[in-house]
Design a protein around this ligand. Sequence first.
Ligand SMILES: Nc1ncnc2c1ncn2[C@@H]1O[C@H](COP(=O)(O)OP(=O)(O)O)[C@@H](O)[C@H]1O
Ligand SMILES: N[C@@H](CCC(=O)OP(=O)(O)O)C(=O)O
Length: 362
Amino acid sequence: MKRLVIKIGSALIAPQQDGCRSQHLLKIAQFIVDCRSKGIEVILVSSGAVAAGAHLFAKEVQQSVAVRKAMAAAGQTEMISMWERFFDFPTAQLLLTHADLRHRERYTSIRETLFTLLAEGILPIINENDAVTTDSLKVGDNDNLSAMVAAAADADSLVICSDIDGLYNANPRVVEGASLIPEVRAITDEIKAMTDGPNSAQGTGGMRTKLQAAEKATSHGITTYIVNGFKDSTFRLLLEGQNPGTVFFPYDEPLLESQHWLMHTAKAQGELVVSAQLTKAEEPLAQQVRSDDIVAVNGEFSAGETVLITDPQGNRLAKAKTNYSSCLLSFIAQHDSGLLTSQMQESIGPVISQQHIAVLEK
Ligand SMILES: Nc1ncnc2c1ncn2[C@@H]1O[C@H](COP(=O)(O)OP(=O)(O)O)[C@@H](O)[C@H]1O
Ligand SMILES: N[C@@H](CCC(=O)OP(=O)(O)O)C(=O)O
């Protein structure tokens, strides 16, 4: 490990949902200190703002979206000041939303901030900015957020601390006799079918979002662990280089940073439907997507935004940054003349550039 992102679930922060408890966090803080003294750079992604702030609001109103946002805002200060008390080195708080991460300029700015904090030995502590999010703006769970952060920070390891020993072949809280899977080399459909949602009042995504996070992280070359944050032995084993739970091995050929961002973080603003023959050709997809091969343009987007490329049957082929706006592409698609499109292509350039396309797995 050289650069590690560690994600802590709400159950560890506020086990009784009545404010933060240091009970389970002391050993995690010690682990962070030990990692840093071994020269490992650490970024902490901490859940628990909602759980920490819950006790300030009446039970009957706690399910209201507005109240949960207020709980997050109030609980965040309690949670961050608790972390701060553990460390004798400086910490920094970053509150992010999906809207920040999927915006390439803001994403680059977040990366810059992270690298600067790490270079100065300051511990970044990250959570979703729940107080300002809506459904369309949020990541929604800190498992996926931690993987996006790990990718943004060029980390090599992601440790997701949960209330369970790792991934089991079925949810052990439901299926008696389920067994722990210590190693996962590929996150197949069979593996995905083993998981379901959370079983605690505090948890958000259960094992499903942890697998999504592992997929995002491993495809960026990041070794990912799901471990039990309640057990002391977890952190001792991690420091010894052993696997205390489930380890997900990184891809042999990780995606480039820009392609990973397109595939896993950027949100498609619209859709380009391209003719069916394209996908069968030998050349790379980006070179094939000429304006006269576009069958339909759905949604509104500007040049530079992310689009989903599909075939006429609706199969997802790729995500890409388009060099044309939806307006211009629709005009071309409707006034299809070989001369116009080739003139257009010559003056503006390709619809999609090769470095800005991520081909999706079927
Ligand atoms: N296949 C599985 N293996 C292990 N845990 C599973 C599985 N499927 C679902 N779960 C549930 O996921 C829970 C952990 O996720 P969650 O409650 O969201 O915790 P956290 O707050 O740590 O993110 C486990 O306690 C368990 O109930
Ligand atoms: N951002 C939220 C946590 C969301 C979340 O993913 O919670 P968890 O499943 O406990 O990691 C909060 O601080 O309460």
